[in-house]
Design a binder for this molecule. Structure first.
Ligand code: DLL
Length: 428
């Protein structure tokens, strides 16, 4: 563990720490008198000492809309000259979301990412091949700072130029690979094509997009590693909010800095542990952009109880999907990751796929483009999707190597076909 005292703390001790920190956060938000402070006042909160941990659930939520409404710096809780860096989400879904960090926030973020890398077995002296994109996106620079804080050697590859990535992986003997899961798969394929062996590589820390257990199996089949999941979002800090350890049984949430709740996406009321809900985070120690009960839109369940690794942190399940990513096809609601599970779990297709929602007529159709391992799996896949998910889909088998691979950025699992030519060739 990077910080055993914090990660394996007794539950009572951690609750006391959270309470103390929450108190400080409420006071800072009230003093900043921004949108969050004003809502607290409207809710009758006059100071941090008014709020216990159990009362957190009664405090107002913060949403992405608040960040947009106050774009770019309207939600700062420190003077702007204390901002050391800005980052943001890729904004592929529309408007960019910008977040700010003080120097202390950057140190916190580095420590969180160092914890994540340690979760995967990295240690001082490790060589971390970092193929997350560098730039406004938090993946590249976040993991980079974490590797430095850990005392590892970081290779700042960023995404793309896959041939060069394979060369560097082999030449520098990296033991840890960090990138999106879709790119890990592409790299695995490229390593095999190049006929290269990577005996030093031990683990991969993959996140920034949903990925199923079946995709994990596919990645572990093409790379000689244990693949662990890392979760985070720019608004909360970036990568390093939660990470799986080598037990691969849920992601440890760094709840001494990110207090997590799961709530019903439509009700906003807490759901029981073990039940999927929308994750909500409070950031009691962040300075520039502290958030109270931030609604992520990400759906996952929480589990408490000690892990064999010794961490006592609450665990979140893999993210099932985002509330706004759910597909509604002929009355059936599914997350793309559920379709992924069925496709990859069938063993009939290669682990590259693309979902296309055909909206050219009023009743939308779901088209699934994939590559067969052998023969013609269409009938079996249509049946499996219907049996498992109740989903009616049309399956298209494309020639090997023609389903688009992700080289840079997040995988776009679903595209829409509104009119004209199909978004990828080969769909009838
Ligand atoms: O994706 C931060 C990150 C970078 C996490 C590298 C992990 C590794 P954003 O670009 O702001 O930040 O996007 C955040 O991505 O709300 C989720 O919907 C999704 N997401 C992030 N990690 C996971 C994951 C980064 N492990 C949004 N599983 C989040 C599923 C994930 N979805």
């Amino acid at each position: 563990m990077f910080d055993p005292k914090a990660e394996a703390m007794s539950l009572d001790e951690r609750a006391a720490l959270q309470r103390h920190r929450l108190w400080g956060l409420v006071d800072r938000l009230l003093a900043a008198d921004g949108v969050q402070g004003q809502r607290l006042k409207e809710a009758g909160v006059a100071g941090g000492s008014d709020v216990t941990l159990a009362q957190l659930r009664d405090l107002p939520f913060t949403t992405k809309q608040d960040l947009w409404d106050n774009y770019p710096f309207g939600m700062l809780a420190v003077p702007q000259d204390q901002v050391a860096a800005v980052h943001g989400s890729s904004g592929t879904r529309g408007r960019p979301t910008l977040v700010a960090y003080t120097k202390a926030d950057l140190d916190l973020w580095a420590a969180m990412c160092a914890r994540s890398l340690s979760c995967a077995g990295a240690s001082p002296g490790s060589i971390v091949h970092n193929a997350y994109g560098y730039g406004l996106f938090t993946g590249g620079i976040g993991i980079h700072q974490g590797a430095v804080a850990l005392g590892a050697t970081v290779v700042p590859m960023s995404g793309g130029m896959t041939d060069r990535q394979v060369r560097m992986l082999a030449d520098l003997n990296a033991d840890i690979l960090t990138c999106t899961p879709a790119y890990a798969l592409r790299l695995g394929e490229a390593v095999a094509e190049a006929g290269v062996e990577l005996p030093a590589l031990k683990a991969g820390v993959f996140g920034a997009e949903p990925w199923s257990e079946e995709l994990r199996t596919a990645i572990e089949a093409v790379l000689p590693i244990k693949a662990v999941d890392i979760y985070g979002l720019s608004e909360v800090i970036g990568p390093g909010v939660a990470t799986e350890c080598l037990e691969q049984d849920g992601l440890h949430v760094n709840e001494d800095h990110f207090i997590v709740e799961a709530v019903g996406p439509s009700t906003g009321d807490p759901v029981e542990d073990g039940t999927p809900g929308e994750l909500v985070f409070t950031t009691p120690t962040k300075q520039a952009l502290p958030l109270l009960r931030y609604r992520t839109g990400d759906i996952a369940s929480l589990t408490r109880g000690e892990c064999p690794c010794g961490r006592t942190l609450v665990r979140m399940s893999k993210v099932l999907g985002r509330a706004d990513d759910m597909l509604v096809v002929r009355g059936v609601n599914v997350y793309p990751s559920e379709v992924e599970r069925v496709l990859l779990g069938s063993g009939l297709v290669r682990p590259h796929y693309q979902l296309v929602v055909d909206r050219r007529s009023p009743s939308a159709r779901l088209l699934v483009a994939c590559e067969a391992v052998a023969g013609d799996p269409r009938g079996d896949l249509v049946h499996a999707l219907h049996e498992t998910l109740g989903l009616t889909a049309d399956v298209f088998v494309l020639p090997a190597g023609t389903v688009p691979r992700v080289e840079v950025g997040k995988a776009i699992r679903v595209v829409t076909w509104d009119d004209g030519r199909p978004p990828i060739p080969g769909l009838g």
